[in-house]
Design a protein around this ligand. Sequence first.
Ligand SMILES: [Zn+2]
Ligand SMILES: [Zn+2]
Length: 264
Amino acid sequence: MDYSYHNHTWRCGHASGTEQEYIEKAIGGGIRHMGFSEHIPFRFPDGYESSYRAPVESMEGYFQVLRDLRERYRDRLELWIGFEMEYYPEYFDQMLWNARTWGGEYLILGQHFIYHDEHPESAGAPRPMDPAENLKEYVSCVISAMESGWFSYVAHPDVYRFAGDEKIYGREIRRLCEASRRLEIPLEINFLGIRDHRHYPNLDFWRIVGEEKSPVTFGMDAHDVSSAYDAASLEKALGMVKRYGLNYIGRPRLRPLGKTFYSA
Ligand SMILES: [Zn+2]
Ligand SMILES: [Zn+2]
């Protein structure tokens, strides 16, 4: 594995270490194509900012530090500076504009919430009671994000928890897989999920991905130095590729964001 496009920094408040330490660790493991994909800052119209995101004020430093490191390591590493971002239909244009204006070079989709439930007031807002309707909403958000053409891949596509009817689960996940295949946007096996024994990777999900032959890639999702190259999770992910006959494509093709008129 010579690529790693899912890495965070201390700016999101739940990661540790310096960018340079991540880079050194990654190069030591054989990474030659790397990207940082910090949780993109977002200020809701009422001023609310979630604590799991990097603060808006940290963007200057984020780009400054990583551009300097890109120069310093240019002979050993191709370095991209991007973001992990949700797809919220009503805020997408604003978030994309921010990403490009700050200087973001690529996006990965991390759909941690639907109905922008990260906002404390949104969480109490009316929504369907039926879990299947909420699963459908999750899948529809992921598909809309893929169809927008701005996202290079889908991080932990199996992050959504669903305990309902497995037929409905299968039908919805196949819908997601079909879009990934049609649009050639890879689905990521997330190493943080493996390392931390989270509810993802969800093996029911990956069995379907194998049947649907959607493109698959890997992401370290590093939040500390030691996981900037995670050989143990790599081995497990390769085991999943074999077990489910996954269409593992290796390094994903990044979709550059391009600059806006106001870019730094
Ligand atoms: Zn994180
Ligand atoms: Zn992440």
